[in-house]
Design a protein around this ligand. Structure first.
Ligand SMILES: [Zn+2]
Length: 439
């Protein structure tokens, strides 16, 4: 009996393989035309009305005036017409700060020693789909169990599962005992630090290169302490200037952009001086920091949703956080919106990012509402979630606007987000790489 089962498994395995090869060989061109009532092709410009977007094999072939018929597309066969004549159509949104393989849970210490990479990857596939359905067709994952994150990114890229494209960081680069380390465990549980933990400039170059070697698209490091690390080490600068310089240089030398998690001013300024591409959170930035932002051209990724979430948990769920974390949450959460407002007013470049995973996945659009509440115009919020986030990731040629040659990452809403941003909380249509996820 066992032998028979074994044979069936082998035979079906072979069949499955053969099927995949055949499917690839016979792959036909896929075409669609989207009739867009209102089209915001580039968030920096005004929208236009009654446009047709011609999509071929996942890319935009053309954008034409008026509602064209399939017969008007030269060479097109079996064209699907998607009717969004009564909707507001725009580029898929981009979340520059996610942790897609997990969600904030109680008992995080137990999870740290029991959950496997496979479990993280499978959970990530569900979370990724929720984020996609919320209108986010690209995410930048800034730190997480790297084997799981890279597997998820690769599977989505191959079309094995449907999700947002993922620009993936590896393990967070952190000093020993810092925000990205496993703290508070017995030495025999986490005695050997993970490959992102480093001390001193040379060791930090090693940690960066290790992430790149195993598949990191970008580097995330912690310039300061963080709210959710299980330790009372504050939110001030942790890596020295020398270590931060080494991290940024090593990453840039290998063509990787760098995001620095930073709350305290000292750490924000040190990261900016080191030449990072973005500051995540930026809670205690001041006028001096803003000068450095403008001098280096770095982006601020505000993550207001994370701030709102940790304040909400600390206030309404006593005992969810350990006391050290609760104290940090109450300190940092309330100042983040103010930091965004002063940076935005001074002309600092803003890229949209939620820290999704601190909040549950799939409500990423709430950040849009919080950004408007903090004082940004709807137009600038849309720019931050499309054009700017694409630029931050070095993907401006592929995503962030809708134009011929770019990815068919397209979303739609029933209302007009330029006057009511909350219409994007539930997109009525989502397409990623030419594949419709929500309609
Ligand atoms: Zn984060």
């Amino acid at each position: 009996m066992l032998r028979k089962l074994f044979l069936i498994a082998i035979v079906s395995g072979i069949n499955f393989g053969a099927f995949s090869v055949t499917a690839l060989a016979e792959k036909k061109d896929t075409w669609s035309i989207i009739h867009a009532g209102t089209l915001l092709a580039d968030a920096r410009n005004a929208p236009t009305s009654q446009q047709s977007i011609v999509v071929k094999n996942g890319k935009i072939l053309d954008i034409r005036k008026g509602y064209i018929a399939p017969s008007e597309v030269a060479g097109g066969v079996n064209i699907t017409v998607i009717d969004l004549k009564d909707q507001f159509v725009m580029a898929g949104m981009i979340d520059s700060h996610t942790h897609v393989t997990g969600e904030r849970e109680a008992h995080s210490r137990e999870i740290a020693v029991t959950r496997t990479s496979s479990e993280y990857a499978l959970a990530g596939s569900v979370y990724a789909r929720r984020i996609l359905n919320a209108g986010f067709t690209t995410i930048r994952n800034v730190g997480g169990p790297r084997e799981a994150v890279f597997a998820l990114r690769n599977s989505i890229k191959k079309g094995q599962i449907l999700g947002p494209r993922i620009v993936a960081g590896g393990l967070t680069i952190s000093p020993l005992g810092g925000h990205g380390d496993h703290n508070g465990f017995r030495p025999d549980v986490f005695g050997t630090p993970h490959s992102g933990i480093c001390n001193g400039a040379d060791d930090c170059r090693r940690a960066v290169r290790n992430q790149i070697k195993y598949g990191a698209d970008m580097i995330k490091y912690v310039a300061t302490g963080g709210v959710l690390s299980q330790i009372a080490t504050g939110t001030g600068q942790q890596f020295t200037d020398e270590e931060q310089n080494a991290i940024v240089q090593a990453a840039h030398a290998m063509g990787r952009k760098v995001a620095a998690h930073a709350h305290g001013k000292g750490g924000i300024d040190a990261a900016l001086r080191a030449g990072v591409d973005s500051i995540e959170h930026g809670s205690f930035l001041d006028k001096g920091s803003i000068k450095l932002f403008k001098k280096t051209g770095a982006y601020l990724v505000p993550t207001l949703l994370a701030g709102a979430t940790v304040v909400d948990i600390a206030t309404n769920k006593p005992g969810f956080f350990i006391p050290e974390v609760e104290a940090k949450a109450k300190l940092v959460g309330p100042v983040m919106a103010k930091a965004l407002y002063s940076a935005y007013n001074a002309g600092v470049k803003i890229a949209f990012g939620t820290d999704s995973g601190v909040s549950v996945h799939g409500v990423n659009g709430r950040e849009l509402v919080l950004m408007v509440k903090a004082g940004m115009s709807e137009k600038d919020v849309l720019i931050s979630a499309t054009v700017n986030a694409a630029d931050l990731m070095g993907l401006a040629g592929t995503i962030g606007t809708l134009a011929a040659g770019k990815a068919a990452d397209i979303i739609a809403a029933k209302g007009n987000p330029l006057t009511d941003i909350s219409t994007l909380l539930s997109p009525s249509f989502v397409m990623v790489g030419g594949v419709t996820a929500v309609e």
